[in-house]
Design a protein around this ligand. Structure first.
Ligand SMILES: C[S@@+](CC[C@H](N)C(=O)[O-])C[C@H]1O[C@@H](n2cnc3c(N)ncnc32)[C@H](O)[C@@H]1O
Length: 199
């Protein structure tokens, strides 16, 4: 059992059942009714939210325990999502498949992250949109959630480099108050990005 399976083992939802604020505010950048892949989607709160807004959603995570709860959450809200248990390390995307790809707190080692983000570009349709929120390395001083390893915490400059060739519609680094279940609570240092694959 992985550390994430253990974290998700209780019946409660570690990050709650409400969607991430950044996603809620920026989901409409993705074409209405489009197909969306949620990376590192855990217990499914963001996937279920997007499905409720009419998107056709696939939630991918390495944790079968998390994704089983994601399906339960979807059933409880009478929406449908698809789930894929997979490791993002070396994951290959079908070319031009997605209207949207979403990465919320999906913190990966920097080398893996760069490879994944090159795949994100491949996986998006022309005009498809990538939405990301992550903690930055400054978060290590805040102690309000997130990984403790700086290599997992990207800067805006690193993300912009990873996503070279994409149109950066919004890219910000700064502070915001995050309240998401027991996992994330309080003033936090985050990076947010909305990027579009050129048509
Ligand atoms: C902080 S949680 C965020 C969960 C979800 N995105 C949310 O906002 O509620 C990070 C998630 O990334 C997943 N993850 C981390 N490394 C992964 C990898 N290499 N492959 C697939 N999933 C991974 C974990 O299993 C975990 O569910």
């Amino acid at each position: 059992m992985s550390i994430w399976d253990e974290r998700y083992a209780p019946n409660t939802y570690f990050y709650g059942t409400e969607p991430n604020d950044f996603l809620r505010e920026h989901a409409s950048f993705i074409a209405p009714g489009g197909n969306v892949l949620c990376l590192g989607e855990g217990e499914g709160r963001n996937a279920v939210y997007l499905a409720g807004r009419g998107y056709d959603v696939v939630a991918l995570d390495q944790s079968p325990v998390g994704l089983e709860k994601a399906q339960r959450l979807a059933n409880s809200k009478s929406v449908r999502i698809q789930t894929i248990v997979a490791n993002l390390d070396g994951y290959r995307f079908e070319s031009g498949r997605w209207d949207g790809i979403v990465s919320i707190w999906c913190h990966l080692p920097s080398a893996m992250r760069t490879v994944l983000h090159r795949q994100v570009i491949v996986g998006l349709k022309p005009g498809g949109v990538f939405l990301l929120e992550a903690y930055t390395a400054q978060q290590l001083r805040y102690g309000t959630g997130g990984p403790k390893d700086a290599d997992l915490l990207p800067s805006l400059a690193e993300l912009t480099h990873d996503l070279e060739g994409m149109e950066i519609l919004q890219g910000t680094e700064g502070e915001r108050v995050v309240h998401e279940g027991a996992g994330h609570a309080g003033l936090s240092a985050v990076v947010q990005m909305v990027a579009r694959r050129p048509t």
